[in-house]
Design a protein around this ligand. Structure first.
Ligand code: SF4
Length: 158
């Protein structure tokens, strides 16, 4: 299996979960990033390390585990991570895709964009949704639809 196909295969179970609106532990599909705590080996609090591929020095917070309480770090992360773009918030796949991986939204100036892989994510969403509609039992499907309508997540139950 080619490397990119292997990566896609690894993502599929996660995406099935989020299409069904069950809880998704991966940060690959948007969602709330602020509760993720990153501590470097020197004790400094950092933002998501993947952001380092977008902008130099952007992960630095000037906070440290020996001098700053966790709540201060979380206040910082709460105000830092940009929300998904308006295009994403109005997209049929938003509850599953969440705008995609944060680093993939960066265009060199801002994160206010759909994912660079939007076309793939939308195609994958539609494909998985069609597949699940034909295979998941009606009660589970309705539970997921209800959770989506209410904007809540469910624990994985299948
Ligand atoms: S499929 Fe594209 S437009 Fe829709 S939420 Fe994902 S990245 Fe945004």
């Amino acid at each position: 299996m080619r490397r990119e196909n292997a990566n896609l295969a690894n993502l599929l179970p996660h995406f099935e979960n989020v299409v069904l609106f069950f809880e998704e532990p991966s940060d690959a599909f948007g969602g709330d990033l602020w509760p993720i705590v990153v501590v470097e080996s020197d004790g400094s609090y950092r933002l998501l390390d993947v952001l380092a591929i977008c902008e130099e020095g952007v992960t630095e917070t000037n906070l440290h585990v020996t001098t700053d309480p966790l709540s201060k770090y979380l206040d910082y992360t709460r105000s830092y991570y940009p929300p998904p773009s308006a295009t994403c918030r109005n997209c049929e796949a938003f509850t599953a895709c969440g705008g995609g991986y944060l680093a993939h939204r960066f265009d060199g100036k801002s994160y206010d964009n759909p994912s660079f892989y939007c076309e793939v994510l939308l195609g994958m969403y539609r494909h998985i949704r069609r597949h699940l509609e034909g295979t998941v039992d009606a009660a589970t499907w309705q539970l997921g639809q209800k959770a989506a309508a209410e904007g809540t997540e469910l624990l994985a139950a299948y």
